[in-house]
Design a protein around this ligand. Structure first.
Ligand SMILES: [Zn+2]
Length: 423
């Protein structure tokens, strides 16, 4: 018996990714623990030793948990693919559903069953993260009831949005010939743009309350900033982020005229008006420097490339057999192809994630520079320190871990870039 090269490549990538994660997590935990005893000098006047140690403990707890979920995820992925899980599920759904319902419904049933099983496996981890780790460090505000309600609502939203999209994609794959991937890409792109429009007004309010920003002094200050930056938004909103978590945030959402600014109530509680303005100026910087647009274009280009690749792979029987699935003889294989692709691709994507993280960190520096030009740099610096403390983010991450994973530069690097360099 000889193994297909794709089998070997996939198995090797899976093991290499797991080993890399293990190595990085171990480095991070060691580094953070080694610097637990001393607040870095740049922060010594503003961060207490107690807060620094809490951040260290939180970071270690999260990293250790990430190791556990990563190892479990690898085992599950192996189970779905090379160990025959997806093959067994496909046969089971085929026997149960196919004779009565026909091709499209069988494929939708297969996709739904896969997503449902994944969610069930995910649930204990999500539970542990919320009610053990977040709880232990005082971040969790969610309750058992809210957790379950969120779960049911998310499942409903996923079904309402996901099933019609999946049906459309499967139909396009079956009926548009060799160029199906181009049609699917167009549908996928349109779907993403639609979500951008409906998310702030229809979906987000299912989970949180949004109220207009009542603080008039702050609202006036924010409006002035946005005018100065030439930015139009439909409104300023405060979101009850404190319902679930003590972590604070601010973001822009929507597209075109539907754009709105959302502040977490937790953010407003923690920051002074000047600091809120500086944080918002940073977010505006992401728009003004076209990071948001660039990210969207990159995402659409990548999905086009991915679908083109799948268009080629889906008609090759070795693509299925090499990843542990026997292709259907009497039924369409499109849902199987989509699932296998979604399972295998992230394994290879893991190795390019440092590049994405690098670009993201560059964007953060650019947005910080923009904020300094439009608002007060000292306010931004103190907001950064407060947010780091409130989120118990470590001030002393392992440099290699940062290069690999961090979408934001560590606080020390950001502060150094903010403060005017000595002459
Ligand atoms: Zn940013």
């Amino acid at each position: 018996m000889s193994l297909h090269p794709l089998t070997l490549l996939f198995a090797a990538a899976l093991l290499a990714a797991l080993a890399t994660r293990l190595w990085l997590a171990t480095r991070q935990m060691r580094h953070v623990a080694a610097h637990r005893g001393l607040v870095p000098p740049a922060f010594a006047s503003r961060v207490s030793l107690e807060a620094h140690q809490r951040a260290a403990d939180y970071t270690v707890a999260k990293t250790r948990f990430g190791l556990l979920t990563g190892a479990f995820g690898t085992a599950l992925l192996l189970g779905w693919t090379l160990l025959g899980g997806l093959d067994a599920l496909n046969q089971w759904v085929g026997e149960a559903v196919m004779p009565n319902w026909g091709g499209l419904l069988y494929q939708l049933a297969l996709l739904s069953a896969f997503v449902l099983i994944g969610a069930v496996f995910d649930l204990p981890f999500e539970w542990w993260r919320t009610f053990r780790i977040e709880q232990r460090f005082g971040f969790n505000r969610s309750t058992w009831r809210l957790f379950v309600a969120d779960l049911l609502k998310s499942a409903l939203v996923a079904a309402v949005l996901g099933l019609p999209l999946a049906a459309l994609v499967l139909w396009l794959m079956a009926s548009t010939g060799g160029w199906w991937w181009l049609w699917v890409w167009a549908a996928w792109t349109a779907f993403n743009l639609l979500i951008l429009v409906v998310y702030p007004t229809l979906i987000a309010p299912l989970f949180n309350k949004f109220e207009p920003l009542r603080d008039e002094t702050l609202a006036a200050r924010v409006q002035t900033l946005m005018q100065r930056c030439g930015f139009a938004a439909k409104g300023l909103f405060v979101m009850d982020g404190s319902r679930r978590s003590a972590h604070g945030n601010a973001y822009f959402t929507g597209l075109g005229a539907a754009k709105r600014v959302v502040f977490f109530d937790t953010l407003l509680a923690a920051l002074t008006p000047g600091e809120v303005e500086a944080v918002l100026a940073h977010e505006l910087g992401h728009f003004k420097r076209r990071h948001v647009l660039k990210r969207m274009v990159a995402m659409f280009a990548l999905s086009l490339a991915g679908l083109a690749l799948l268009g080629w792979l889906a008609s090759r029987s070795w693509f299925y057999t090499a990843l542990g699935v026997s292709p259907n003889l009497a039924a369409p294989n499109d849902a199987l192809a989509l699932l296998l692709f979604a399972l295998a691709l992230p394994v290879f994507g893991f190795f390019v994630s440092p590049l994405a993280a690098l670009l993201s960190r560059r964007h953060e520096f650019e947005a910080d520079a923009y904020a300094c030009a439009q608002a007060n740099g000292a306010d931004l610096a103190s907001a950064l320190i407060k947010l780091h403390q409130d989120n118990a983010s470590t001030l002393t991450p392992d440099p290699v871990y940062v290069r690999f994973y961090y979408s934001h530069p560590p606080a020390g690097e950001r502060l150094a870039a903010l403060s005017p360099s000595p002459a």
